[in-house]
Design a protein around this ligand. Structure first.
Ligand SMILES: *[C@@H]1O[C@H](CO)[C@@H](O)[C@H](O)[C@H]1NC(C)=O
Length: 222
């Protein structure tokens, strides 16, 4: 089981690296066309967009699973710095909980949270016009080292680091991560993170789903 998780985590790192690896066209950094930053929240938003906007300092929206189907209530999401830089650490903090009424209605048990998964997808429209199709990977949603210097951590309501989300009370999900600039293909990237319950009868029940679109700029080689 442990080895299996190890293999899947290496896959995540590989996927993320792949997402940023040049296909055939050579270094993305040669592209000198300047684009304004994508600032989804500061460009005038439609009402639907505004209501789908995730509370906190971030440029994320609820989706692709509709907000109404997400059972984990997100009080706020901080992404620092925003927009996400390349070749520097960035941090995510999600604070939220599963409302007691939802817990009771769905007969949730700890096992459903212990078996929860995260599906991380990325796609991009590059400056040279190329489209990178959506690719995704699923990993266990728990406190884990994703790779060297990249982690997911979960804290419960009393601040203790725990293996997975707690059934009752507030949870905090923290991540530290960095995207290696030399692997980044310059363009507008869309990332989607979908957290789902696992365990008998609950597979596919969405905890939360977030979508973030922003520009990433590749940097010259190592
Ligand atoms: C948080 O986790 C710690 C360590 O497992 C435990 O002692 C504490 O009771 C938990 N707090 C809550 C509110 O669940």
């Amino acid at each position: 089981m442990k080895a299996n998780i190890g293999v899947r985590l290496s896959l995540v790192v590989a996927l993320i690296a792949l997402s940023f690896t040049a296909t055939a066209a050579g270094p993305a950094s040669q592209n000198t066309i300047q684009h304004p930053l994508t600032k989804a929240k500061t460009i005038s938003m439609s009402e639907t967009e505004a209501s789908n906007s995730v509370p906190g300092n971030n440029d994320a929206f609820f989706g692709p699973v509709p907000k109404a189907e997400q059972i984990f209530y997100i009080r706020f999401l901080e992404i620092a710095p925003t927009p996400i830089p390349v070749s520097k650490y960035f941090f995510l903090l999600i604070r939220g909980w599963i409302p007691a009424s939802t817990r009771q209605k769905l007969n949730l048990e700890l096992a459903h949270l212990a078996a929860a998964t995260l599906t991380i997808s990325s796609s991009a429209v590059l400056d040279d016009g190329a489209k990178l199709e959506r690719s995704s990977v699923a990993i266990p949603f728990r406190t884990v080292e994703l790779g060297e210097g990249a982690h997911i951590g979960i804290r419960n309501a009393t601040g203790a680091y725990v293996d997975h989300l707690a059934l009752e009370g507030q949870n905090e999900i923290l991540t530290d991560y960095w995207i290696p600039g030399p692997f980044v293909k310059t363009g507008v990237w869309t990332f989607e993170v979908v957290a789902s319950l696992g365990g008998e009868g609950k597979e596919g029940v969405c905890l939360f789903a977030l979508s973030l679109t922003q520009r990433l700029e590749g940097t010259p080689g190592w």
